[in-house]
Ligand binder design. Structure first.
Ligand code: NAP
Ligand code: G4F
Length: 326
């Protein structure tokens, strides 16, 4: 039975990936942080067979212990301070976790694997946020990186460190440059879930309006369930490599809002939306759209869920949740 250790198992992707690996027959282990993590019950309920290990990406000995106790064939590093807006407020923490945490995990893995550094396969959760002020459209694996936030800069560090460990030590290390991916499990701080929750509540008469930032930004939004399959596929290849994972379609935040309201039959959506500069960012990533041609050719990966289905899925899930008094 293959085994895997997932950092960030309490997050959106961690939950989907753990479910995927359990379904494939893996012995799945997850790193969980904090003395009383509020997501612990959820993880135990959804993933009763998963073994949890206490640890934190900033604490090397906890990572070495988790590697020793889980003895994984594959390590997926999904743990991060992942909210871009927050990364300006806590830039040093973001750097410690999202940047230096990658190095700490890679070094722990190198110590763990000793003379045979490629025996454990490693996945790093890189991000389209690294393209920032985009230098070409669409963005692919060789597009120049120009990050626009402390989070983006931290991800660039983790990305290059992963490449560097692959080239320096012969590790089987892959970096997935994933464009935005969403689901009903998306954290409510991110724009799609903020909108789907608000639209559900407005539809049910529980809320009047939603307060938003920049509606002009464009993102290449896919479904998280599709994207975790790409992570797994990367680690099944003969050697580590870097892959862009994206749908190739881009939509503005305004279009997402409009589609979410349209799904519940509200066409005059603008009267429910108020702008607040509080949600604007010091520097914006204006347009992301990815070219996932390499993933399609090498991994045989392509997204299944499109934009309209994603919007409907998220709004319907939040209507259901609101009805059952979430
Ligand atoms: P998420 O829902 O925000 O989950 C982040 C995870 O990181 C949580 O499990 C969190 O645990 C964990 N974490 C935070 N600080 C940690 C620390 N110090 N040590 C160990 N774990 C820590 O993020 P996601 O959307 O699932 O994304 C997964 C990964 O992909 C992240 O690295 C993100 O940056 C990256 N990514 C995401 C997207 C996207 O569109 N979703 C796109 C590209 C890349 P707690 O529950 O304890 O806070
Ligand atoms: O949903 P967002 O917060 O996601 P963002 O910044 O694109 O980052 C997400 O995707 C990255 C991949 O590219 C990941 F690496 C990262 O971890 C995270 O998962 O914001 C999307 C857009 C931004 O342009 C933002 O300015 O929506 C705009 N926006 C407009 N009003 C808003 C709001 N974003 C949020 N969170 N809240 C608003 O009220």
């Amino acid at each position: 039975m293959p085994s895997a250790l997932i950092t960030g198992i309490t997050g959106q992707d961690g939950l989907y990936l753990a479910e995927l690996l359990v379904a494939k027959g893996y012995d799945v282990h997850g790193l969980i942080r904090g003395q009383n993590n509020p997501k612990l019950d959820l993880v135990r309920e959804l993933l009763p067979t998963v073994t949890l290990h206490n640890g934190d990406l900033t604490d090397m000995s906890s990572l070495i212990r988790a590697l020793r106790d889980s003895d994984p064939d594959e390590v997926y590093n999904l743990g991060a301070v992942s909210f871009v807006a927050y990364s300006w407020e806590q830039a040093a923490l973001t750097t410690d976790v999202t940047a230096k945490g990658v190095l700490t995990l890679l070094e722990s893995l190198r110590l763990h694997t000793g003379d045979d550094p490629s025996r454990v396969r490693f996945y790093q959760a890189s991000s389209s946020e690294m393209f920032g002020k985009v230098q070409e459209v669409p963005q692919h694996e060789r597009t120049l990186l120009w990050p626009r936030s402390p989070y983006g800069v931290a991800k660039v560090y983790g990305h290059y460190m992963t490449l560097n460990y692959r080239e320096s030590y012969g590790m089987h290390a892959s970096s997935g440059i994933l464009f935005n991916h969403e689901s009903p499990r998306r954290g409510p701080e991110f724009v799609t879930r903020k909108v789907s929750q608000a639209v559900a509540r407005i539809h049910l008469g529980l809320q009047e309006e939603i307060v938003m930032g920049n509606l002009d930004a464009q993102r290449d939004w896919g479904f998280a369930g599709d994207y975790v399959e790409a992570m797994w596929l990367m680690l099944q290849q003969p050697a580590g490599d870097d892959y862009v994972i994206a749908t190739g379609q881009t939509h503005s935040v305004r279009e997402f809002v409009q589609a979410a309201f349209a799904h519940v039959g509200i066409e005059d959506w603008e009267r429910h939306v108020r702008h607040d500069p509080r949600f604007m960012r010091p520097a914006e990533v204006d347009q992301l759209v990815g070219d996932a041609g390499k993933a399609r050719e090498v991994l045989g990966w392509k997204p299944r869920v499109g934009f309209d289905e994603l919007v409907r899925m998220m709004v319907d899930a939040d209507i259901e949740a609101a009805r059952s008094g979430w």
